[in-house]
Design a binder for this molecule. Structure first.
Ligand code: NAP
Ligand code: HSE
Length: 448
């Protein structure tokens, strides 16, 4: 073993992902030695709480709560950031880059908001930042975009990119669970972010969509400008109504190119049962890329969780260590022409209204039908501790509609007729609906 190399590493974070990374490196240490002649020397493991029970022995590990142990170490080759959040992660990464350390991170919030700045700094200092784990867990979508679709012009990229939401929606759909119970299970399994609102309100998917769009289109994305809708207002009755109408509900992130415009959006959608994503369940993610040379390509895999995410982190580490001597990294695509970011909208919507009176809902249905094209609708009766109530669910077409306009209309109608204003609007993706709309109306529709 004369050619053995000892790489010196700091691991920032030993939570769900960090523990998976540590255990994968330990379990594969013989492979790394035999295959590459590498020994991975973990010099520091940064955590917040040294006393925490991590479910495995930690006495022998170089754990610390002192960031200076990492900052003052002059010999580190690689820093692996799996702590999450913006600070102190950003400052630690910047300081490590300035010392000449390569970086692997799983931090989608940081990369979505400061990726461009960090990549620029890394290029200035001749080091790399790899961040495959930040999007869709174990699915190697970023390397696919960066390395295997370089002559392709990408027209769209869409996906189920939040495992927690997909898990919750699947539990509601396949096991009749209510939202809160399914969320608790997702948190217990380590899928959810520390703050669950990041997942269920769509922020996490927005960050991932921003990173995907930067890589697919060379777009400099402002995450605050991406229209975002989460899943916390979806009730069991919506899932049942959707099923009755022939759909499944999924949280979708999508970016569609039209000329120099890249239209972006994150929100729950109703997908027809024959849609390729319809049976991508639980914590599975799927990302579909449409481009001019290869056509359509869909990658499906575990989008969150300890080992799928650790896989992406450790593979990034190996990729960096294998070429520690090469030049600039260009992980964000450089656009050949200036791109503009806009909002993606769709003319198809699902609406749901709840009320205790069947007559009221039938009136609401009639009023909505005069303002929009109501293509299909159902009314379900539900009983709970408070008695009997009804839910009107329908799919409608509104060529001028945007989510906000339709929500306003719905609120107006509901305020006029209904006791409660408990309503929901979701967009629908189902090309089969096109044939259900009169051609003069369809001609007004762009972007489907
Ligand atoms: P986690 O379980 O909450 O672990 C975070 C770790 O970082 C903990 O060990 C914590 O220390 C440490 N930490 C946090 N803030 C710190 C601070 N200020 N100083 C020192 N240590 C600090 O989070 P996770 O789920 O592993 O996620 C980590 C990163 O991976 C996040 O960026 C997340 O978005 C990303 N990610 C997660 C998944 C997933 O499935 N969980 C998938 C893809 C990407 P203590 O343990 O002492 O509290
Ligand atoms: N909380 C994220 C999710 C983790 O559920 O998809 C993976 O990025």
């Amino acid at each position: 073993m004369g050619d053995q190399i000892r790489f010196k590493i700091a691991l920032l974070g030993l939570g769900t992902v960090g523990s998976g990374v540590l255990q994968t490196l330990q379990n594969r240490s013989d492979d790394l030695l035999n295959r590459f002649g590498w020994e991975i020397d973990i010099r520091h493991i940064l955590v917040r709480n040294l006393q925490k029970d991590r479910g495995f022995p930690t006495d022998h590990l170089p754990m610390t709560t002192d960031v200076n142990r990492v900052l003052d170490d002059p010999d580190l080759d690689l820093v692996v950031e799996v702590m999450g959040g913006i600070e102190p992660a950003k400052t630690l990464i910047q300081s490590s880059i300035r010392k000449g350390c390569h970086i692997v991170t799983a931090n989608k919030e940081l990369m979505a908001k400061y990726g461009k700045e960090l990549l620029h700094l890394a290029n200035e200092h001749g080091v790399k930042i790899y961040y495959e784990a930040s999007v869709a867990g174990g699915i190697p979508i970023l390397h696919t975009l960066q390395q295997y679709l370089q002559v392709n012009r990408i027209r769209s990229i869409r996906g189920i990119i939040n495992g927690t939401c997909n898990y919750i929606l699947t539990q509601m759909s396949n096991h009749g669970k209510e939202y809160e119970e399914a969320l608790r299970e997702a948190q217990k399994k380590g899928y959810a972010e520390a703050d669950p609102s990041s997942d269920v309100d769509g922020f996490d998917a927005v960050y991932k969509l921003a990173i995907l769009s930067a890589n697919a289109f060379g777009l400099d994305v402002d995450v605050n400008q991406i229209p975002r809708q989460g899943i916390r207002n979806i009730q069991g009755v919506d899932i049942r109504l959707a099923k009755e109408l022939g759909y499944v509900v999924k949280l979708i992130g999508e970016a569609v190119r039209e000329g120099a415009d890249i239209k972006l959006r994150v929100g729950p959608q109703l997908l027809g049962w024959d849609h390729p994503f319809a049976r991508v369940d639980d914590v599975w993610n799927a990302v579909s890329v449409e481009s001019d040379v290869v056509g359509e390509l869909t990658l499906i895999g575990h989008g969150a969780g300890q080992y799928p995410t650790a896989s992406a982190v450790v593979e990034d580490m190996i990729a960096i260590l294998k070429k520690m001597d090469t030049k600039d990294s260009k992980p964000f695509t450089i656009a050949s022409e200036p791109m503009t970011q806009t909002s993606l909208s769709t003319p198809w919507f699902y609406i749901r209204c709840n009320d205790t009176s069947l007559d009221t809902l039938e009136t609401v249905q009639k009023v909505l039908a005069t303002h929009t094209q109501f293509l299909e609708w159902r009314i379900l009766e539900t009983r709970n501790d408070h008695g009997r109530f009804y839910s009107l669910g329908g799919v409608l077409f509104d060529p001028d509609g945007d989510l906000e306009g339709l929500e306003n209309l719905l609120n107006d109608v509901c305020l006029r007729f209904m006791e409660s204003t408990d309503t929901l609007v979701l967009s629908v993706y189902n090309p089969a609906l096109v044939s259900r709309v009169p051609s003069n109306v369809f001609s007004q529709v762009v972007n489907f």
